[in-house]
Design a binder for this molecule. Structure first.
Ligand code: FRU
Length: 500
């Protein structure tokens, strides 16, 4: 088995995947003593959603991961749903004999006694050995509310201003905020969002953090991330929105009007993402589950199902007088680059393909275009006579799009094979694209991360072509860099490390 591990058809080569079986949301992401922890919703006995555990991996660089044994298993309180981990530096919890350690805060999901009604309550667990083993607290659960059915996905942060632990949690159609001084006793502070933003689906997986605007440490804003579950009537399925506003340690207020909707990703496959806790280098790094509840259980993979997005550094930047969340791939991912093709200042004519000699299935492409008289320009990836995935810019209506209608296997769900687009105004007449292509995904960061699109694709392994196109006129290519990316499994881990 170990021989084929991580080389199966569609197995991502530089995105995190479980060694085997089903994965959904990222959980418990924390940086502690030189290691990035990534836990995840995990079903260790099957490739579809089931009794939830927390799978676990660690990394020193956010790119190469070491798989560890399951961190949290279901128990008498139920399945282990999504949640977070914090470093308790000053032993506020009393678990660490005056030292420091990790505390996980997660949802226990079961049903009320003698009933089918779901019950979701929050529990904690702690680790004295850098996350290698976890002890559940004997006083679990620590937070419950019998009135609210959907009551889950706690994300805990330390609020420096009030010196309190602050817990944000999804409660169906709003976010609830609770405070604590010891991570064990929680008191309700406020709620947010009943009539704000999008309510296309049930609210899930919140995150709350502060970021400087345009790098100005004197001017910061609070970002609240909220994911929305699938809605059969909405082709986009499950997706993630965010709010920008203020948080005073008790209450969150939104800077925008109630009906403003800010999408975190304009693709179809970035859900339930949250950020790492306790990073010490000032970065706020996000990772999302690269799938969609509309079809997550039926994607055409074999021994495992689902991957995470590339980890992304988040910032707040001002555009045309309004502030937006921007995303950049973490710089560590550059370590995988192998230079393939580079050029500057070319005119791309219709019918010409500058990249006709370049083939492959693992690429990072960095391109800058000047919008000219072409109606559309962009790239076709994983191309063959039958297949292609198109990342294009439509200059007539100023939209960036991904077309995966002919991307390969699309028939496992009617919503999958589609073209979707989003408004993107050129920046000084220029459009920049940074594209990451893996064996079953594509991520596009446009105009310095102002807009991101993340999509799954399942092309035939023989579809390897790459095309740079311009239609309806010529396009000036200001610069182009094409890198092939090295697989993170190049130096394969031993089976002991993999725990499979
Ligand atoms: C989001 C979610 C969470 C829940 C978990 C269960 O994808 O539905 O709300 O905790 O998945 O696996």
């Amino acid at each position: 088995m170990i021989k084929e591990a991580f080389k199966e058809v569609f197995r991502p080569q530089f995105h995190f995947t479980p060694a085997a079986n089903w994965m959904n949301d990222p959980n418990g992401m924390v940086y502690y003593q030189g290691e990035y922890h990534l836990c995840y919703q995990y079903h260790p006995n099957g490739t579809t959603w089931g009794p939830m555990h927390w799978g676990h991996a660690v990394s020193k660089d956010l790119v190469h991961w070491e798989h560890l044994p399951v961190a949290l298993e279901p128990d008498e309180n139920g399945f282990v749903f999504s949640g977070s981990v914090v470093v308790d530096y000053h032993d506020t919890s009393g678990f660490f004999s005056g030292g420091s350690g990790l505390v996980a805060i997660f949802t226990h999901a079961d049903t009320y006694p003698n009933s089918e009604t779901p019950r979701q309550r929050q529990s904690i667990a702690y680790s004295l050995d850098k996350g290698r083993t976890w002890e559940k607290y004997e006083g679990n659960p620590v937070l419950s509310d019998e009135e609210i059915i959907d009551f889950r996905d706690p994300k805990v942060i330390w609020h420096e201003g009030t010196k309190k632990w602050t817990l944000v949690l999804a409660a169906g159609d709003h976010i609830r905020i609770y405070l604590s001084s010891n991570l064990k006793e929680w008191s309700f502070a406020s709620q947010f969002g009943k009539d704000e933003g999008s309510h296309d689906g049930v609210w899930e997986c919140p995150d709350l953090f502060e970021l400087p605007v345009d790098g100005d440490e004197e001017y910061k804003k609070w970002v609240l991330i909220v994911s929305l579950g699938d809605n059969p009537n909405i082709p986009e399925g499950s997706r993630t929105q965010y709010f920008i506003g203020d948080f005073d340690g008790e209450t969150y207020s939104n800077d925008h009007s109630k009906d403003t909707i800010l999408w975190l990703d304009h693709g179809r496959d970035n859900y339930a993402g949250v950020t790492w806790s306790d990073m010490t280098d000032g970065r706020r790094v996000f990772i999302g589950w690269m799938s969609n509840w509309k079809y997550a259980n039926v994607t055409p993979t074999s021994t495992w199902r689902s991957a995470m997005t590339i980890p992304r550094t988040l910032s707040l930047s001002t555009f045309a007088d309004d502030v937006r969340l921007t995303q950049q791939p973490v710089e560590e991912i550059r370590s995988l680059r192998q230079e393939k093709y580079k050029c500057q200042d070319r005119q791309i004519e219709p019918g010409q393909n500058l990249l006709s000699d370049v083939e492959g299935d693992l690429f990072e492409i960095v391109a800058e275009f000047e919008v000219g008289n072409a109606s559309e320009f962009g790239f076709k990836l994983r191309k063959s006579a039958e297949e292609e995935t198109v990342v294009g810019y439509n200059a007539l209506d100023s939209t960036l799009y991904i077309d995966r209608e002919r991307s390969g296997i699309v028939d496992f769900n009617p919503a999958f094979g589609c073209m979707h687009d989003t408004q993107l105004r050129p920046d000084n007449r220029r459009i920049q694209m940074q594209i990451f292509l893996d064996w079953s995904s594509i991520e596009v960061f446009a105009n310095k991360g102002k807009l991101v699109m993340t999509d799954l694709i399942f092309p035939d392994s023989k579809s390897q072509g790459l095309e740079l196109f311009s239609v309806g006129g010529s396009t000036r290519l200001i610069r182009l860099e094409v890198y092939t990316l090295e697989s993170i499994y190049k130096s394969r881990q031993s089976s002991k490390e993999l725990h499979i």
